[in-house]
Design a protein around this ligand. Structure first.
Ligand code: ATP
Ligand code: MG
Length: 574
């Protein structure tokens, strides 16, 4: 392919709204163009990477025994009402058609796939099976950002497994975990697999595939000793320390704390550590009956609350939300910072880490007053004792007790064991060997195609541009043809391209009438694995330069060896 034949203009300036380097590079290289927030066109070059990635997905999923279909993007509300998700999925873009029937754009396809297989899976003989598609998804993300990382419209590969029983479903899950390892290994990225939250998809076993990157949106905790790894969203906080033998017997006492509204200020004034103070946090959530409830959360002052854990503990059907300052005032009668659990009418969830204290210092629910010597069970009632704190680096590993380390990651894949979460309400049944009706066990498995490609760029770039791994590089070889008007050079280049292409190597030729400096800069920016510089000056000496983008290594080779040199360098590079 020749550059002069396509509409591709690179940009020198960074786009004003791009906060992540990979986002800037994708825009500057013309690989993506924003149409609206979170909605992008994929340019000629990125589409080639997408197609290559899809090829890897098809090969590896084929090996894992999956088969491909394509389901509609527009989905009727009736299916989502059947599964019970219609009222709670905040990311669904809902609309009515001309007949006033409710529809949504596909954010995920559990409901549609169950409908698709319903008539085909009637007997145990029809199981197991595993079906996937590569499809555009739409999620009405509140805050789309970082380009393809958190888009509203994006490409996902989603797969769904169907088994006769839990053992089979867990085997399917394991098979997909292995297939995902192969896929991300072939992509040439550094990644880690972590225990994860199941979110709105549901189920009780799930793992995420995280590409390690300094600016990733996720935080993962790893144990270098035993290999434990989990997203901080789910990592439990464990402590070797025992709870106190007994609570203080001193009576509760109110004291004045003018202007002391934060844990830091209070800790300083009372000469205590933040973890000796109690943080009170108020939330609201919708329960299974659809009623809005308030809850009071108590945790050590040094910890952040983990709302994902809180959601699971409270059995909330959608995201748990912090109360606004006005709502806190209405509930407690005091401003945030002077509030506590004493006299509160909501349910109270207390983190067991607080059992290490002898008594609590908490807000008095009266502006600028706190209470000390507060004892749970005596001065206020605890509804639930549960881990609601965010785990952080340095915490004990839940498996072996050694300190955990923290890394940032980009979630590129997510696998879920679903059990009968969808099959049950949607009536997906089969007849077992004894002719008895049973509910199908399911799993679902997603890979963000477009997010993964940007994650690769985020992990693999330098100050000059992208450094694509050969597996998904838009092209393997970038020829900078410095004197395109020279017919001898052009002919030589055409022959090289033909030879390489016949060996399965794709070549991009920069034949624009631009200065060499511009061509080199653009080649660095686009970041294909190899660059071949074809210029008059070199050719007169019979020499051609072949440059490895990642290693930044230059090889000057005789013109008649360029073809072989390219093949052997590509063979060796990642
Ligand atoms: P996140 O926590 O990042 O919002 P999720 O957990 O909601 O993602 P899943 O439902 O697990 O996402 O979707 C499967 C995969 O689809 C994710 O692992 C990710 O790679 C990709 N994906 C999800 N949301 C987006 C998005 N808004 N933009 C791009 N890719 C996405
Ligand atoms: Mg996920």
């Amino acid at each position: 392919m020749k550059w002069s034949q396509i509409t591709l203009k690179t940009l020198r300036e960074n786009p004003a709204d791009a906060e992540m380097e990979s986002h800037r590079l994708l825009v500057r290289s013309g690989m993506i163009k924003k149409l609206a927030p979170g909605i992008f066109s994929y340019g000629f070059l990125l589409l080639r990477s997408i197609r290559k990635f899809e090829g890897i997905l098809r090969e590896e999923l084929g090996k894992a025994g999956c088969h491909e279909i394509l389901m509609p993007m527009v989905q009727p509300a009736s299916l989502w009402q059947l599964s019970g998700r219609w009222p709670h999925m905040t990311e669904l873009l809902k609309f009515k058609n001309k007949n006033q029937h409710d529809f949504c754009l596909g954010a995920t396809h559990e409901e549609v796939i169950v409908d698709f297989v319903k008539n085909d899976l009637q007997s145990y003989r029809d199981l197991p099976t595993n079906i996937y598609q590569i499809q555009t998804k739409y999620r009405d993300e509140i805050r789309p950002r970082f380009g393809l990382m958190r888009g509203r419209e994006f490409i996902m590969k989603d797969a769904y497994s169907f088994d006769a029983n839990k053992d089979g479903a867990l085997q399917s899950y394991e098979g997909m975990r292995k297939a995902y390892m192969e896929i991300f290994n072939r992509l040439g990225v550094e990644f880690t697999v972590v225990q994860a939250d199941s979110g709105a998809i549901g189920g009780d076993l799930s793992h995420e595939f995280q590409v390690v990157a300094d600016h990733g949106m996720d935080h993962v905790l790893l144990c270098n000793d035993c290999g434990y790894s989990a997203n901080t969203e789910v990592a439990p906080v464990v402590t070797k320390k025992q709870g106190t033998e007994s609570w203080s017997e001193a009576p509760m006492e109110k004291f004045s704390t003018p202007g002391l509204r934060s844990i830091e200020d209070l800790a300083k004034a009372l000469k205590l550590d933040a973890n000796q103070l109690v943080k009170t946090f108020f939330v609201k959530y919708q329960n299974a009956q659809g009623d809005w409830m308030d809850a009071t959360l108590l945790l050590p002052g040094s910890r952040e609350v983990n709302l994902i854990k809180v959601k699971t503990i409270l059995g909330a059907v959608a995201e748990v939300e912090p109360l606004s300052d006005a709502e806190v005032k209405k509930l407690t009668g005091a401003a945030s910072g002077s509030c506590g659990p004493v006299g509160i009418t909501t349910q109270v969830v207390m983190d067991p880490l607080l059992n290490q204290l002898e008594s609590f210092v908490v807000g008095a629910n009266e502006d600028d007053f706190h209470l000390k010597n507060v004892v749970p069970g005596r001065d206020f009632q605890v509804t639930l004792d549960a881990d609601i704190s965010q785990a952080t680096a340095g915490d004990d590993c839940p498996q072996c007790g050694k300190p955990l380390t923290e890394k940032r990651g980009i979630e590129v894949g997510h696998i879920f064991y679903l059990g009968t979460k969808y099959a049950e309400p949607m009536g997906l049944q089969f007849l077992d060997e004894n002719g008895k009706s049973q509910t199908v066990e399911m799993g679902c498995y997603g890979i963000g195609v477009t997010r993964s490609l940007q994650a690769i760029v985020e992990q693999s770039h330098d100050e000059d541009g992208m450094m694509w791994p050969k597996s998904v590089a838009p092209f393997s070889v970038h020829v900078c043809l410095l004197d395109p008007e020279d017919s001898e050079l052009s002919q030589w280049t055409e022959k090289l391209v033909k030879d390489l292409e016949s060996s399965g190597v794709d070549v991009f030729v920069d034949d624009r009438a631009e200065r060499p400096g511009i061509k080199f800069k653009d080649a660095d920016l686009l970041g294909f694995p190899l660059r071949v510089v074809v210029g008059k000056r070199g050719m007169d000496k019979g020499e051609i330069e072949v440059f490895e983008r990642k290693k930044k290594q230059k090889h000057v080779v005789p013109a008649d060896r360029v073809y072989n040199q390219c093949l052997s360098l590509l063979e060796l590079c990642f």
